[in-house]
Design a protein around this ligand. Structure first.
Ligand code: ATP
Ligand code: MG
Length: 422
């Protein structure tokens, strides 16, 4: 036998047993975003490499070490998208969606980052992103956070996530802060790791985002960005806090929350859970008023967030909120001359007339015992039994697989019966 080929490390199959839980999360997302009037946009999975370099920033984990970049046959450098915002902005500019307009958009799909695979961290993972363009007030920032809070309630995980919030101000206010932060970091250079030393001058705020505990410990005494915020950012932030207070959404202000990507300004936020261990951020976002212009569009304010679907699915599993419907409601059992062809015809009529019916027909023959065993295995709650007698009398035996009772119904009554029973 030849050696089997395996999936790429960190890229997972979503198996039939897992897909119902994914549907539960995806359906909840679609319901929530559409309840706020947001529209779906779908972008390609591959973009030119420069898009991500320009949008995300050269001195970031994503661009420095996580991108799947390759040369295509024309010699162009292409990259599997590591996140969706850059592509969304590119599509918005290219299709004239952003110029002088308001847009409220969402998307869902796979993203790719070459990271060390572990629980909650994969090389192909899935995000839902929500982005708004043309709106500059804190009202839309608040609505995005309210939208995520609604999703947590819908999924039943609202008691297991908490919101962290910060304002990172304008580019100018960060420049002032940058200088004092560099001064502080220079005094602690012996504690910094290689990444932080390298970033200290190119992108010192990223040091605040370090996952290194020793460095986190010294950062407790670092100068605070809040003391350097410009008035406009301060006002925006207090406006956002007031709206969240009014909506009854609890948050903690975390001065060290700066986010890993360069394009943010003013509002940044993360929803964090303690139920997944180290990979605790399930949703992250913020305002990025400069990005549209940076990518060649006319300036447009923007704010959005992205959430990791694997982490949400894992949370539902961990919290045992993973009860989902079986894929089959009704299993059709046939036995005897000409019964299968009649059964398949009946099944088509039922699919036509019973909205949402999930009916599986038994194939491959076998006695009743074997067929009922299959019905159990696929999780059906009702079996329809069609023998030669039933076919000649236009009836069907309906067996309740949960209680074991059975009755004979006229085929003409069946659709109404099933519509009620499933
Ligand atoms: P982290 O700090 O966990 O690396 P990040 O700041 O790189 O996260 P973002 O770029 O903000 O993450 O992506 C938004 C969300 O996407 C994250 O909060 C997380 O839920 C999810 N996510 C990011 N990277 C991965 C990954 N490699 N595998 C699974 N989910 C991920
Ligand atoms: Mg990351």
């Amino acid at each position: 036998m030849s050696k089997t080929i395996q999936a790429i490390r960190g890229m997972n199959d979503c198996l039939p047993t897992q897909s119902p839980l994914w549907h539960k999360v995806e359906d909840a997302v679609k319901n929530v975003v559409s309840s706020y009037g947001y529209s779906e946009i779908r972008m390609p999975i591959v973009e030119v490499t420069n898009l991500f370099k320009r949008a995300i920033g050269e001195v970031t984990d994503v661009v420095e070490k996580e991108m799947y970049t390759f040369e295509d046959r024309n010699g162009d450098s292409l990259t599997l998208r590591p996140e969706g915002t850059a592509g969304c902005v590119r599509a918005g500019i290219e299709n004239g969606l952003i110029y002088n307009q308001e847009q409220r958009l969402w998307y869902m799909g796979p993203m790719f980052r070459h990271e060390r695979p572990q629980k909650g961290r994969y090389r192909q993972f899935h995000q839902v992103g929500v982005e708004t363009f043309g709106l500059q007030g804190p009202d839309v920032d608040a609505e995005l956070i309210m939208m995520t809070a609604r999703l947590w309630r819908e999924l039943g995980i609202d008691k297991h996530v908490r919101l962290e919030l910060n304002s990172i101000g304008s580019v100018e206010s960060r420049a002032n802060y940058r200088a004092v932060l560099i001064e502080f970091l220079e005094q602690h250079i012996d504690v910094l790791d290689e990444d932080c030393k390298r970033r200290m001058y190119t992108n010192p705020l990223r040091v605040l985002d370090t996952k290194n505990r020793d460095i986190q410990a010294i950062l407790v005494d670092a100068p605070q960005l809040a003391d350097y915020l410009d008035d406009d950012s301060k006002e925006h932030f207090s406006g956002l806090c007031a709206l969240l207070d009014a909506a009854g959404i609890k948050y903690q202000v975390n001065q060290r929350l700066v986010r890993g990507l360069d394009y943010y300004n003013k509002t940044v936020f993360e929803w964090i859970t303690e139920s997944l261990g180290a990979q605790g951020t399930v949703c992250a976002g913020g305002r990025y008023d400069g990005l549209v212009e940076q990518l060649g569009g006319k300036p447009s304010p923007a704010v959005g967030f992205a959430m990791g679907l694997e982490r949400l699915v894992l949370m539902l599993e961990t919290l045992e909120l993973n009860d989902v419907r079986n894929a089959v409601d009704v299993y059709l059992v046939t036995a005897g001359e000409g019964t299968l062809i009649n059964g398949m015809k009946l099944a088509e009529e039922l699919r036509e007339n019973v909205p949402g019916l999930r009916l599986m027909t038994h194939f491959g023959g076998g006695n009743f015992k074997k067929q009922f065993k299959r019905a159990d295995k696929v999780g059906a709650s009702i079996a329809l039994v069609l023998g030669e007698n039933e076919v000649s009398e236009n009836t069907v035996v309906v067996k309740d697989l949960t209680g074991g009772e059975q009755q004979t119904l006229a085929q003409s009554e069946l659709a109404a019966y099933l519509a009620n029973a499933i």
